[in-house]
Write a protein that binds this ligand. Structure first.
Ligand code: ZN
Length: 283
């Protein structure tokens, strides 16, 4: 669906195999910026190529107009179809320097972050054409510009992107909502990143990977809610930890129970988030 003058949002449902015979229904958003060419923000999962191409055709444009793919970060549900799309049209792939290794060598990513179902989500490794840093401004043609904000925490090279002309902010997985499964490598950096986004004035549209597009007043309220959620989680981790729960899987299960998040979501990759909470507590 079209959300601003130049931006279209595409909700991509997928199934995540999290254990023998157990699957989790999830979704992720990919975004398309229509200018002179088409710029994709993330590509969803491995099977997303056709979904994206069909959508482009349904709007009267041609998938061969895709000139750039910008990755908010390189987790499997964001880079799944990048290889296939790049191979189809030779478009440019841009990522933050902190994420380059994980897309150029997806097996390295899997070794370092072995999430269940990884290989069903990701098509394969992709060479990066443009390395992004905080403050970079990408020129998308037709007067459209995309400003890069380094917003680490969820992953070390997570970025958010502001399409200046539409005041549309793509926030990837930076802003968790109440009840979301919490995934971050660095708790304190995650909090700082949400604060950084709160400091961007005049955002009209918030385009998050795990949430429907939001607009107007709701945006800043949502960011503040997210900060409260981080605080709530931090307090729960502290409480259990002080009560002697030191195993991170155990901690994860208890915190999820408190937050009414399904127990099946407590997997080691997610439990790892709480290691950084404990680290922050010890500071
Ligand atoms: Zn992610």
């Amino acid at each position: 669906m079209q959300v601003t003058k130049h931006v279209h949002a595409l909700r991509i449902p997928f199934t995540l195999p999290i254990g023998p015979g157990i699957t989790l229904d999830r979704f992720v958003y990919a975004f398309l910026i229509y200018g002179e060419d088409i710029c994709l923000i993330d590509t969803g999962v491995a099977s997303s190529k056709q979904v994206i191409f069909d959508y482009i055709v349904s709007t009267g444009r041609n998938p061969n107009e895709i000139s750039t793919i910008v990755q908010t970060h390189t987790h499997p549900d964001h880079i799944g179809a990048t290889k296939a799309i790049k191979e189809a049209f030779g478009c440019k792939v841009a990522v933050h320097s902190g994420e380059r290794e994980w897309i150029e060598d997806v097996e390295l990513q899997f070794k370092e972050r072995p999430i269940p179902g990884f290989h069903s989500l990701v098509e394969g490794s992709v060479e990066v054409d443009q390395v992004l840093e905080d403050g970079d401004v990408m020129n998308l043609g037709e007067g459209l510009t995309l400003e890069v904000f380094h917003t680490p925490g969820h992953s070390k090279g997570s970025i958010s992107l502001l399409l200046k002309e539409d005041r549309a902010l793509f926030s990837g997985d930076v802003i968790p909502l109440h009840g979301d499964v919490l995934i971050y490598e660095d708790y304190l950096a995650s909090v700082d990143s949400v604060k950084k986004l709160l400091g961007i004035e005049g955002v009209n549209n918030l385009l998050s990977s795990w949430d429907q597009p939001r607009e107007g007043e709701a945006i800043y309220r949502l960011m503040n809610d997210s900060l409260n959620y981080f605080q709530q989680v931090e307090a729960l981790v502290a409480e259990h930890f002080m009560n002697g729960v030191i195993d991170t899987m155990d901690l994860c299960k208890r915190v999820f129970q408190d937050l009414e998040i399904p127990a099946a979501a407590a997997i080691p990759t997610v439990a790892k988030s709480f290691e950084s909470n404990i680290k922050a507590l010890k500071k």
